[in-house]
Write a protein that binds this ligand. Sequence first.
Ligand SMILES: NC(=O)c1ccc[n+]([C@@H]2O[C@H](COP(=O)([O-])OP(=O)(O)OC[C@H]3O[C@@H](n4cnc5c(N)ncnc54)[C@H](O)[C@@H]3O)[C@@H](O)[C@H]2O)c1
Length: 226
Amino acid sequence: MSRTAVITGAAGDLGGALCAALSAEGWRVIGVDIRPPADIIADVCDAPKLAEIAAGIGADLKLWVNAAGVLGGGKPGVADLDTWQRLISINLTGTYAGCEAAFSVMRASEGGRIVNVGSLAGQVGGAPGMHPAYGASKAGVHALTKTYAQAGGRHNIRCNAVAPGVLAGSMASSQPEALLAKIARGNPTGRLGQMSEVVQAVLFLGDPERSDYINGAILPINGGLR
Ligand SMILES: NC(=O)c1ccc[n+]([C@@H]2O[C@H](COP(=O)([O-])OP(=O)(O)OC[C@H]3O[C@@H](n4cnc5c(N)ncnc54)[C@H](O)[C@@H]3O)[C@@H](O)[C@H]2O)c1
């Protein structure tokens, strides 16, 4: 048996860092993304494809991380419907598809861990300039997390989410530099978060020996921002 982890959004900053960290800890890692580098090129909106990936791994599937996600610009009054649909589809429906795929295989075996990547925006609403769909999609991810946690508890399945604030990386660099500097200044720590800080939390939530009684948690990783 080789414990296997699936990471969606594997070609991204966080997904890539997760793949590297899990491989270094001895996991067999399957990265999924719509673009290379990924072990499987697939769209998280393609629910049957995610179900097929999970079924192919079977009882070795011990961790599934839904890290695929997109940001979009827009503000109330001029927020377009196409962006709404795209963000809801990838961030929320894609996470639902990943949870379903993992849950059904884990329930039929000896359980496993699902970690969703939510966001501070899902807790307090999106920052200025973010399309309203972003925060809404992440709030939905948080609610999904609690639903799968409740349903999975007796099957040795745990489902938790991390809710990062703004992290240094390519998603943040799509925002104006002045805005990023302001966000960093406004944080109690005076800086942006690091991908590695989220990776450490996911490793913890993915490890039954360290976090077995944590289920349905939305872990803020935001420097203490309120
Ligand atoms: N970077 C931040 O500041 C931040 C903060 C809070 C939450 N998050 C969340 O963390 C996650 C990872 O973000 P990141 O910073 O690594 O961004 P990123 O843009 O570097 O990575 C996102 C990855 O998702 C992939 N992706 C997009 N649509 C997809 C689809 N339909 N199917 C499969 N893959 C798809 C992209 O190709 C990309 O590789 C996202 O869910 C994001 O919303 C990021």
